[in-house]
Write a protein that binds this ligand. Structure first.
Ligand SMILES: O=C(O)CCC(=O)C(=O)O
Length: 250
């Protein structure tokens, strides 16, 4: 049986983050801002081919990714998996890092006065065939990642997340220092089940960079779209930079 984690208030979310390596929080973004995000993302999806030609490398199509993570399905049209560097596409995405409250969340969880933005993306699990995401940790990663590991990801669930519909799954506690670095070895030694982050549209999931997470396909009839922002310590100049990399939050 799959276990679930549910949204909590800030004090409980902070405790969850420390104990489990992830936490679910409600009410951070106002409804009008959420509607703006959804409309801007829909615009991108509807104009994906033209935008991909104009902004090479920023859109990742399902058709260019291995089909085994979507049950072998190959007829996927111009369906997107990732939209990277959201600020390039629409000003409507700016509240993702500018909304009051966002800076405080990062500052408190990281113990840092001036966290800076690393990157943003939309991670889309399409209706019916949205791909599964393998078990992984976000630190270290090969994209944008301060060497000190002091950062976290805020994942806004535009459509909410439910079982069987691609909810992100977590191994609670796998962020701890004593957890083995090797994800496969950690999983092999586990007797516990992962936990599904079940949440409503507009909720956010706060993800510790060392917690092991992944998730199954979205087999539901509606898409599961998340917006992600990573922020924390400044990143070295030698790493890739997005439009807003290095900007302060709030
Ligand atoms: O979209 C998801 O379910 C998870 C995204 C994720 O694993 C990540 O950004 O590291």
């Amino acid at each position: 049986m799959i276990r679930h984690a549910w949204p909590r208030g800030w004090a409980a979310a902070k405790a969850d983050y420390a104990a489990q390596g992830f936490a679910i929080l409600s009410g951070l973004y106002p409804p009008s801002v959420l509607a703006g995000f959804a409309a801007a993302l829909t615009q991108i999806e509807e104009n994906a081919e033209a935008l991909a030609a104009r902004l090479p490398g920023k859109l990742v199509f399902e058709r260019d990714l291995p089909a085994h993570r979507r049950d072998g399905l190959t007829d996927v049209g111009a369906a997107l998996f990732l939209v990277n560097d959201l600020a390039l596409f629409a000003a409507a995405f700016r509240p993702l890092h500018e909304t009051p409250g966002v800076k405080g969340i990062f500052s408190e969880l990281l113990g840092m006065d001036q966290p800076v933005l690393h990157y943003t993306n939309a991670t889309i699990k399409q209706a019916r065939f949205g791909r599964a995401i393998a078990w992984h940790r976000d630190f270290p990663n090969r994209y944008i990642c301060p060497p000190d590991g002091r950062y976290l990801r805020l994942m806004l669930c535009l459509d909410g997340m439910t079982d069987g519909a691609g909810a992100t799954m977590f191994y609670p506690g796998s962020q701890r220092e004593d957890a083995t670095d090797d994800v496969a070895a950690y999983l092999a030694a586990q007797s516990g089940m992962p936990v599904a982050a079940v949440c409503a549209p507009g909720d956010v999931v706060l993800i510790h960079p060392r917690v092991i997470h992944g998730g199954g396909m979205n087999r539901a009839a509606r898409p599961r779209r998340n917006l992600i922002l990573q922020a924390g310590s400044p990143v070295p100049a030698t790493q890739p930079h997005e439009q807003l990399t290095g900007q302060g939050l709030g």
